[in-house]
Design a protein around this ligand. Structure first.
Ligand code: NAG
Ligand code: NAG
Ligand code: NAG
Ligand code: NAG
Ligand code: NAG
Ligand code: NAG
Length: 660
């Protein structure tokens, strides 16, 4: 774990004893024992069999009044795609139709590994956000810059056991001081009851989830096939200009290239076997092949602050720590030199360990199934060594997701954690389990195989580019953990790698020669972009790890320009066969860090958002909890009503997952 627990001084006043309120105790309308658990039977789900594969079942409903959209007519579906395999897999999706009819469809995946995409939906780029209505009421409001402005949106919780995805519903408890769930439901001595909550979870069986990105890809491909054939109207015509887009974040730097590669390859297999197209091309079922699978045209792959390849990104962490564009020195030069030496040390250094992992991977587990003991060990060791080395920079308590911030932080707003565990929300979406924001089991499963250190992703990106898929790499420039400097190195490495596929490709030379142009948004210079043809790399100014949360309008514009094939710089319609940006070779604009903001202390994210003093007070049962946030006294809570988007955008970072 990278996140050091940092101490922030409180104001010293001694908090008064008061009643500890939590939503679960207030909402005691149902008998107490049941009120602590989600519905044991899903409410209102329709189940259909996927026309593309009789083994895939889709159970779904229209959730009523739990995610307010800009327009009432926007269709929403929530549900689970049940995928065949060695263990039960029910992958959760939340679909929201675009504000205005469009055939564009975008799948959004958050990272982790083990992080839920409900974070994306409710805290980043989804159609709605959670707002406080009163001291005991959370609701949602439409998000101004939701990506549903330009595309139908599909948020997917994966792999199995993340978010609302589950294997076998299992009763147990969640200890908010550790974030771990367990079958033990008896309140441990000394723990206040509001830190130890009953609920229904996945099994926590580490065998019942994917343990490599490659293994995770299969279930998501099935999900897309199942949904596409059940809701053909939302799958773009493969001959039309808009196709399916995949946008990922953070550890999604692994998911994106691998999943996209699987979609494209499966699609090629289908095309080889294809039979003549029906004339009714808007009917997805007429586009399916004999095998029943749909052709899915991947148009764009977007990766936001992605950790894609530590071999390529690794050397730039030190540079980010000492030579960033905010004049913030995270470490002194001697420490920087020591880390660089540690990275490059022959055999024992991060770099050589990653190379050893990849050698073993190529020889013994080329399909990345995670079943070879040697490869798992070598790769897990490499991943751990690199993580410890590069993470040592954060020992001073600086925030990994926003270098402008030290100590606890509560950005983006975490009210969604409380909201998604409300019974009325669970009923509305049809869930029989509680919400798991980050699954420690999934993190551990990926950790054991050293998935993070495994390679091949740069080559996959190059091959996607060569096939005409647009690739948009988008990086907030205050993030450390998957920082923009490393992202820039990835962009150059991808362009260069196209040479191995096609020696005559213009990408290696033309991309590297393209200069950085300003990203223009609403009359402002919101970042800098290097683009040649279908490849773009954007540095987004004043954004931490979660770009759409920090810079909602800019993130949306970049998204819109990438998926519609425009110049990322200014949205101009250009010929992507030859378009190149012009400008300086370095994106070195210097900026001033924002002011610190006082964090709210969210009970469901104690470690990242509360000071040690606050944690101690909570452990002693002091203070009040209002809508999931701890306050010393009732009067410290104020209702923030007016357009809370701006309040959200002004904050700074958060610590949500173990790594990215
Ligand atoms: C699970 O959901 C129920 C509502 O159905 C809630 O009362 C309970 O606190 C939740 N438990 C956890 C661990 O979030
Ligand atoms: C969890 O416990 C509740 C209350 O006892 C019960 O109604 C429910 O069926 C249980 N769910 C599971 C999955 O065991
Ligand atoms: C959780 O459920 C168990 C078993 O039903 C019960 O004994 C315990 O009191 C519950 N915990 C709380 C905090 O209510
Ligand atoms: C930081 O910048 C200085 C001056 O340009 C340079 O000498 C130094 O090597 C850089 N350090 C890193 C780690 O990039
Ligand atoms: C990873 O998952 C694969 C496929 O389910 C399995 O064969 C393998 O044993 C797993 N690896 C570990 C370390 O559990
Ligand atoms: C970008 O992709 C389109 C097809 O999607 C293709 O026509 C164009 O030539 C590509 N650009 C380059 C530079 O390869």
């Amino acid at each position: 774990m990278w996140s050091p627990f940092s101490i922030k001084k409180g104001n010293g006043a001694s908090p008064s004893w008061s009643k500890v309120l939590t939503l679960s105790t207030l909402a005691a309308l149902a008998p107490l024992s049941e009120a602590q658990f989600p519905p044991s039977q899903a409410v209102g789900l329709k189940t259909v069999t996927s026309p593309s594969n009789p083994n895939i079942k889709i159970s779904y409903r229209e959730p009523n009044d739990v995610c307010t959209t800009a327009f009432r007519e926007q269709k929403q579906y929530t549900g689970w795609v049940t995928v065949p395999g060695e263990y039960p897999t029910h992958l959760f999706f939340w679909f929201v139709g675009a504000r205005e009819p469009t055939s564009a469809l975008t799948m959004m995946l958050n990272g982790g590994p083990g992080a839920s995409s409900m974070f994306g939906l409710f805290a980043e780029n989804g159609p709605c956000q959670v707002v406080e209505k009163s001291a005991n009421r959370l609701e949602t409001a439409a998000r101004e810059w939701g990506w549903d402005r330009a595309s139908n949106m599909l948020f997917v919780d994966q792999p199995n056991q993340v978010g609302f995805s589950y294997d076998t519903p299992t009763n147990g408890s969640l200890d908010l001081t550790t974030g771990m769930s367990s079958p033990n439901m008896q309140l441990p001595e000394g723990l206040p009851p509001n830190l130890f909550l009953n609920g229904t979870f996945s099994s926590s069986n580490i065998q019942n989830t994917a343990n490599t990105t490659q293994n995770a890809a299969t279930a998501v491909y099935h999900l897309l096939q199942g949904l596409g054939s059940a809701f053909p109207k939302y799958v773009p015509d493969k001959n039309g200009p808009l196709g399916v887009n995949l946008f990922t974040e953070s550890y999604g730097g692994h998911y994106g290239p691998v999943f996209a590669d699987v979609w494209v390859k499966e699609n090629d297999k289908l095309k080889k076997r294809a039979f003549p197209l029906s004339k009714r091309q808007d009917d997805a079922q007429s586009r399916s092949t004999k095998a029943g699978n749909l052709e899915i045209k991947l148009t764009s792959l977007g990766i936001m602050n992605g950790c894609i390849d530590d071999l390529v990104q690794g050397s730039r962490y030190v540079e980010m720590a000492v030579n960033n564009t905010y004049g913030i020195k995270l470490i002194d030069q001697a420490t920087a030199d020591a880390i660089t030496a540690g990275f490059n040390a022959p055999e024992t250094g991060c770099k050589d360990l990653i190379l050893a992992c990849r050698q073993a991977q190529a020889a013994l587990d080329p399909l990345d199934q995670g079943a070879d003991e040697t490869v798992n060990q070598v790769c897990a060791y490499a991943a751990l060594t690199c993580q410890q080395l590069l993470g040592s920079v954060l020992a001073t308590g600086v925030n990994a997701y926003d270098i402008a911030h030290v100590g606890p932080d509560a950005f983006p707003d975490y009210h969604y954690l409380e909201y998604l565990n409300l019974r009325r929300v669970q009923e509305a979406i049809g869930s029989v389990i509680n919400y798991t924001d980050v699954s420690p089991v999934v993190y551990q499963a990926f950790f054991q195989t050293g998935d993070r250190a495994r390679g091949g992703l740069i080559g996959k990106l190059a091959s996607l580019l060569q096939r005409g898929v647009r690739i948009g790499l988008v990086y907030g420039d205050r993030d450390y953990i998957c920082n923009w400097m490393g992202g820039e190195s990835v962009s150059l490495a991808v362009a260069e790698a196209v040479r191995d596929i096609d020696p005559k490709s213009p990408y290696p030379t033309q991309f590297a020669q393209a200069g950085y142009a300003p990203i223009q948004v609403n009359g402002r210079e919101a970042g800098a972009v290097r683009q040649f043809g279908n490849l773009s790399f954007s540095r987004i100014y004043q954004a931490g790890h979660y770009v759409p949360a920090y810079q909602p309008e800019t993130a949306f514009r970049v998204f819109e320009r990438v998926i519609s094939g425009q110049a990322v710089s200014n949205g101009a319609r250009v010929n992507l066969g030859e378009y190149a940006t012009q400008g300086p070779k370095k994106a070195d604009k210097q900026l001033t860090p924002p002011n610190e903001v006082v964090a709210k202390c969210f009970l469901r994210n104690l470690g990242a958002t509360c000071t040690q003093e606050q944690v101690e007070a909570i452990l002693q049962g002091q203070g009040v909890v209002i809508n999931g946030v701890w306050y010393k006294e009732q009067k410290d809570w104020k209702l923030v009503t007016a357009r809370s988007e701006t309040a959200v955008a002004e904050g700074s970072k958060m610590k949500r997952s173990f790594f990215g």
